[in-house]
Design a protein around this ligand. Structure first.
Ligand code: HEM
Length: 342
């Protein structure tokens, strides 16, 4: 079953007793990629276990945590822009490393282990259950687990997670989930931000003229080009949705991309409007699984956009875009962001 309207997408995401996230328990078909750690993490759980885990994690991962990380995000954005030229690849030069460095700071990874952290992140996030990739994946998880044991209490959220009662196994599985949910999505948001502004010179000029528009610009990027185009749920019983009956064990695909352009909710849904308000897009989900990292992702995008606007003057153009289809959409692998003198 495919859900495209905003109202029904909202209903599916907020009615977790009928539309479960627990694929292994409720899917009527064989679950592929059972090895994928996301299938065993908070995002694939239902209450009461989901509530319990989310409460513990939320205690360590607060708005104060995001505020504390902000100077490091700002310093990293500036450092990356120092090295950016119109000939550089914006993905490897900016959009990819910024969220890795943020996640490293969130987990308290020291500078000396940054290269290892990048390798663990790449290995863990690119694993979709392929048998040939399994040994490297297990090694990366084991190294991350060993490292997280040694993180000092003064760094990142690991000590807070221990205090909240999470076991070592739960902490490593959560760290894996944060890498999987938090890296590629934020990279994609940063790429989409420059794509949208290069395609819409009037919007770029408006946000340059009025920095108060930075946040609403990012919300509009999230709406028109959601990093996660959709999510799924599994029906726990036979029932009906929007007049259509369904059986137990069915997959329900919620198209976030379609809901975000529902004309019943968004005026001129195909127009990129940096002043759109309200903007109830579903790009971070809704209900009990609402993105735990939304605040951190938004903060990174705000810091990045402010720094890019300040340091890359004039009009922006995009050249040499390289894309690849992935199991969850189309990845932008490379692009050049070219700017001109003001
Ligand atoms: C959940 C999107 C960044 C951690 C979600 C969901 C969406 C989403 C749509 C809900 C999925 C569902 O209900 O099936 C995004 C986007 C991001 C982003 C678009 C960036 C632009 C992050 C970051 C982190 C993070 C930076 C952490 C560092 C999580 C976690 C969940 C989640 C832990 C599961 C929450 C739960 O099950 O209770 N995200 N995310 N996300 N996200 Fe994000």
């Amino acid at each position: 079953m495919f859900v495209r309207s905003h109202a029904l997408a909202d209903e599916v995401l907020t009615t977790h007793d009928v539309f479960s996230s627990d694929e292994i328990r409720y899917s009527a078909s064989e679950v592929p990629h059972r090895d994928n750690p996301v299938l065993h993490s908070m995002s694939a759980m239902d209450p009461p276990r989901h509530h319990e885990l989310r409460r513990m994690v939320s205690r360590a991962f607060t708005p104060r945590t995001v505020d504390a990380l902000t100077p490091a995000i700002e310093a990293c954005a500036d450092r990356l822009i120092d090295r950016l030229t119109p000939a550089s690849d914006f993905v490897t030069g900016f959009a990819y490393p910024l969220p890795i460095s943020t996640l490293a700071a969130l987990l308290g990874v020291s500078d000396a282990r940054q290269a290892d952290f990048v390798r663990w992140t790449e290995t863990i996030t690119s694993f979709f259950g392929q048998p040939e990739a399994r040994p490297a994946f297990l090694t990366a998880v084991a190294e991350l687990r060993e490292y997280l044991h040694t993180v000092p209490a003064s760094e990142g959220i690991v000590a807070g997670l221990r205090e909240s009662g999470l076991t070592a196994d739960e902490i490593v599985s959560l760290a894996g989930l944060l890498l999987i949910n938090g890296h590629e999505t934020t990279k994609t948001l940063l790429v989409n931000m420059v794509l949208c502004l290069a395609e819409n010179p009037a919007a770029l000029a408006a946000v340059r003229a009025d920095p108060d528009l930075v946040s609403s610009t990012i919300e509009e990027v999230l709406r028109v080009r959601p990093s996660v185009g959709g999510t799924d749920r599994f029906t726990t019983r036979a029932d009906a949705l929007g007049g259509e009956s369904f059986a137990a064990g069915q997959r329900v695909i919620v198209s976030i991309a379609a809901a975000n352009r529902d004309p019943a909710v968004f005026v001129d849904p195909n127009t990129f409007d940096v002043r759109r308000s309200p903007n109830p897009h579903l790009s971070f989900g809704h209900g009990i699984h609402f993105c735990l990292g939304a605040h951190l992702a938004r903060r990174q995008a705000v810091v990045a956009l402010r720094a890019l606007l300040a340091r890359l003057p004039g009009a922006w153009a995009i050249e040499d875009v390289v894309t690849r289809d992935s199991p969850v959409g189309t990845d932008v692998l490379a692009l050049r962001l070219v700017w001109s003198a003001a």
